[in-house]
Structure formats: C-alpha cells, structure tokens
Design a protein around this ligand. Sequence first.
Ligand code: SF4
Ligand code: ZN
Length: 421
Amino acid sequence: METESKSKREVAREVAREVMPSKILSDSNLKVPVKRPLKVKSLCEVCHARKAVMRRPKNFSSLCKECFYQAFETEIHNTIVGNKLFYSGESVAIGASGGKDSTVLAYIMKILNERYNYGLNLVLLSIDEGIKGYRDDSLATVKRNQQQYEMPLEIVSYKDLYSWSMDEIVASSGIRSSCTYCGVLRRQALDRGAAKLGINHVVTGHNADDVAETVLMNLLRGDTARLENSTAIMTSSSGSPIKRSKPFKYTYQKEIVLYAHYKKLDYFSTECTYAPEAFRGTARQLLKNLEAVRPSCIIDIIHSGENFKLKEKRKRETLQYKKNCRNVQQIKEGNNKNIDNPIEVRSDGSVSIFKGEKKSANGFVDGNRCEKCGYLSSNKICKACILLQGLEHNRAKVLIDTDTSVDGAAVLTKTLEKLTF
Ligand code: SF4
Ligand code: ZN
C-alpha cells in the first residue's frame, strides 16, 4: 500500500527525521541509511518471546512490532473510552488530509471501531484549500485511503465555499498571513462539510506534540486565556453545532510515524508550500530540543496545561471597529441601550456581538447567523467573511493603521492575524 511515488529512501528519511534527535541528523546530513535510532538486541519486554525491534520513543521500553501495535492501539482506545468521546450509533467525520496523522487516525478508528464495537459510522472529510502541488497530491492519497478503508469521502473546497483558493489568497495578501487565513477558513469548512453530511462530530489527528506545542506557545506569549483551554480533548466553539475531538491527544508524533511506517500505511509526506506559522515552528523546535533531553516532557507539558487554572477569567476586548460599533462613546459612558451590534473579539479568538437589552451575563450572546453567508456564527459577520471581506477590500495588502477612518475590515483582519486559530 506504500505510495508509489515515495521511494524507500524518502520513507527512511522521514522516519529518521521524526525519530532521531535533530543533532544526529544534522551531523549525518540526512544521508540514508543514517545511524540506527537505537540498537535493540534484547527480547521484547512485554511478550519475552519475540526479538525487540524498537524502543518506544515515549518510555524507551524495548518492544517487538506486535507488542508495539498492541500498546499503541490500546492506549488510544483507553483515551477514547476514558474520555467518553463517542456514543454508540454516532456518526463521526475524520478530518483527513492524507498526512501521516490523519491517515493513522482513519486506520486506527476503523480497527478500534471494529475491535471494540464502538458502533460508529465513520466518514472521511477532506478540505481542498486549493494549494497546487500540495493539496491536489495529498487528496489523491485520501482517495486511495477511501478505497483501502472502505469509508465514504466528502471533499469540500475553499473555492466552492468562499470563491477563493489559498493560492489566490496568497497571491492577493502575501504569504505571511497564509496560515491565519487558512486556519479560519478550514475551521468553518470542516464545520460546513460535517453539517452537509448531517454529522456533528469531527475527529482530527492532532497529537500530543501538537497539544504540547500549543501549551508552550500560549505560555510563551502570555496568552493565559487560551492556555487554560489548550489541552481540552473535546472542544466546541460558540456559534457552531460541531464538536471536535482529538483521540491522539496523548499519542507521540514519533510513534505515529513509526506505526505508519511499520504498518506500511499509504500517506502523503510533503510539507505545505506555504510556511507554517512562524511562532509555532519556534515552539516546535523548542519542544524537540526538550524532548531529546527528557522524552516525558511532552506528556508533562500537557499535564501542566491540564492543571492550569486561571485565577480570574478575563475577557479582553481587543477591538471595536467603526463599522460595527458606532456607539463606542456610549459604551464608555455606560449607556448601552442604543448600541448597534458592536463586535467583540475575545482573547480566545472567538467573536461575539452585543445585543443590547438581550445581553447575557457577559453582555454578549451566541447562536446568530452570519449576515453575509448565512452560516451559524456568534457574531454579526462570521470570521471567515470578515477575512474575505478584508481580502476583497484590500486586494494587495492589509492595512496597519489605528486611524479609525480606515476600513473596519482591514483593521479587524490585522487584529485577527495576531490571534492563533
Ligand atoms: Fe494552510 Fe498554513 Fe497548513 Fe499550508 S501550512 S495548509 S497554508 S494552515
Ligand atoms: Zn512483544
């Protein structure tokens, strides 16, 4: 089932890149075969019958392949059951990108569903961002996975939903903000794709490294509001009926790569053409360095994040722009009666509108529909439409200006860029 286009050398490089400490890799200049990650000569610590072929990156136990599969799969099953992620008869969409995480997720969900009788109806849901040379190839992998795992596949594209592909967005607004746009649009696209299928639960391949990275990133930025929620295994956002969960929350990326490699799963390993968010890359490197010294640090960071509690929940009003808040002065004066639907961008990245007399305890209510696209949104105009509006208005560049005379969408776009999604 191995991808025809992927040579053995490329696969070996990728496994080495994930499993070897970065220093050894840089010393060997990625020549394959590189030094074997670890020399294991003993018998498997679990079955004591077969020869151990690996040391688990998570805890260094020496295991044979069969016992590694068993441990890997059972731990994910325990995460699913322990957190009551699913109920019998539930329809679940698997966010499938063709990459290793989502490919292993689809494979694991299928075998666990059958082995433990979860009773789930599984569907693959893919987003076509419109990135030539990247997404078109990875979608071909997802289509093969569809055949291999015998699951229905739904593909929703940015172009169809928003009339913009990522290539067009980058051509218009530059590469710097590509992941910001992409993240906002993908979130809604996944929701819409799931809603189209009548499904309200999407599972994603976010793994322990991703969660630890997010904790580190929020810690380094002092974003305590997000830090508090960054380890949640299941999330649902205001204005959306779709919940999301991460069955791989405690699963190490290295183990996912090893599992995919040993099982010879068919996945796509090329990076996106557009650079991933710069600061996340820094946090990733930091985490890799820490992990090389102390492998348990990934789980330890998640554990710390899980136990982090904000003393006092503060909602930071980051923006009230002219178009949607004509009555800023009234707010300052405490006269809220005639306020005309101002927008608040919360510190956790969600957005709400103020409804005057109908306000909830914090003054904002959810459950509205976007005035532009009609999709469920917790604000007057959904985040995707706000960004697209910004693109339309500012084809070439995003304005950076505090002058209230500039177009509101541009200012809000700039503010959203500073947030992480
Ligand atoms: Fe989108 Fe950025 Fe990921 Fe590329 S790297 S798919 S632009 S979020
Ligand atoms: Zn064994």
